[in-house]
Write a new protein. Structure first.
Length: 334
């Protein structure tokens, strides 16, 4: 586990918002917004992996893309290595792209079927370097070796590879420009279970070898427990809790985190499931989130104040942040 005090903050996200406008009617009037990310704050330290978890539709992938400025964000601040990129125009971000890359969820959809492996991995080199043909091919072969692909396959096309191999191609492409920070957007979700561990182990090996920093987005809590140093739990566009991995899994603080962890399948049938938390109702729409706490409509520990005011996201224990009125010093929980 990383010692936060000895690490520099590589990524600083403060009050990040990503709202998508809704237009309706003949005149395409603006009638509302989908609040996919609504005031998210977290830091990622150099060399660590921050796991971002939550159920489908909570805004995890949108958050990852917004951090990389693949979207023009609605509001907030995003700093990479101390440099503010939240308001930077897209054309000026181009020269900063080598430092931040992304591994996408579906390797089938994220690779150009008309390009060979050499062309796919070499495309970033064409765009951002001045390597000649021989130097570029040598770099492509070096990257293929790093991710465990046979370099003799460099002239093959994506459809000639398995899902795990295609994901390795995507990882090699992300590594091409020696980035500092990589967003892994559910990189194992589309893979067979037998291949998932191989890809995660590869990501860990590459992190140690190249000193990478990851934002690892996933709904697989067991895999996040394996790879992450700290974990951020997201619900309906907001961060509910951030904590060191072992502390969060051993003693979750937020009611949603408790429910999420209790839903993880237990491989040992002899273990009891008396503590399982079954949430009632459905996730509210991000176009019309509840007043007050986003989780108040499903929380088993809801109080009246939860329905009235949004809880402050604050540090309640060293290194542990939570947005819950039960941990607010100004809240009367009785």
């Amino acid at each position: 586990m990383l010692d936060d005090t000895a690490k520099n903050k590589l990524i600083e996200v403060h009050d990040l918002k990503m709202h998508f406008p809704i237009y309706a009617g003949i005149f395409r009037s603006h009638v509302g917004d989908v609040k996919a990310v609504d005031g998210v704050s977290f830091d990622i330290f150099e060399g660590e992996t921050l796991g971002l978890v939550g159920e489908s539709g909570c805004g995890k992938s949108t958050c990852g893309r917004a951090v990389l400025r693949l979207y023009d964000i609605t509001g907030g601040s995003v700093k990479i290595n101390g440099q503010e990129i939240g308001e930077t125009p897209q054309n000026e971000l181009r020269k900063m792209r080598p430092a931040m890359q992304m591994v996408f969820q579906d390797p089938q959809a994220s690779l150009n079927p008309r390009m060979t492996v050499e062309g796919i991995i070499g495309e970033p080199l064409d765009e951002h370097t001045k390597l000649n043909r021989k130097e570029k091919l040598a770099k492509v072969h070096e990257l293929m070796d790093a991710v465990g692909l046979n370099r003799t396959f460099s002239n093959r096309y994506p459809h000639e590879f398995s899902g795990g191999q295609r994901q390795r191609i995507g990882i090699a492409r992300a590594l091409a420009l020696n980035p500092k920070f990589i967003v892994c957007d559910e990189p194992i979700a589309a893979l067979d279970v037998s291949i998932q561990a191989q890809v995660v182990n590869l990501l860990e090996d590459l992190q140690e070898r190249f000193g990478l920093t990851y934002l690892f987005i996933s709904h697989d809590l067991s895999m996040v427990r394996h790879i992450a140093d700290r974990v951020a739990v997201m619900y309906l566009g907001k961060i509910a809790e951030v904590a060191p991995r072992d502390a969060l899994y051993a003693d979750p603080l937020h009611p949603y985190t408790k429910a999420l962890l209790s839903a993880v399948p237990e491989p040992d049938p002899d273990l009891t499931t008396e503590d399982r938390v079954i949430l009632q109702g459905d996730v509210p729409s991000p176009t019309n989130p509840p007043k007050g706490c986003n989780f108040c409509t499903r929380c088993p520990s809801v109080m009246e104040i939860c329905r009235q005011s949004d809880p402050e996201f604050r540090e309640v224990l060293p290194g542990r942040f939570v947005a819950c009125h039960h941990f607010n010093e100004n809240t009367n929980a009785t």
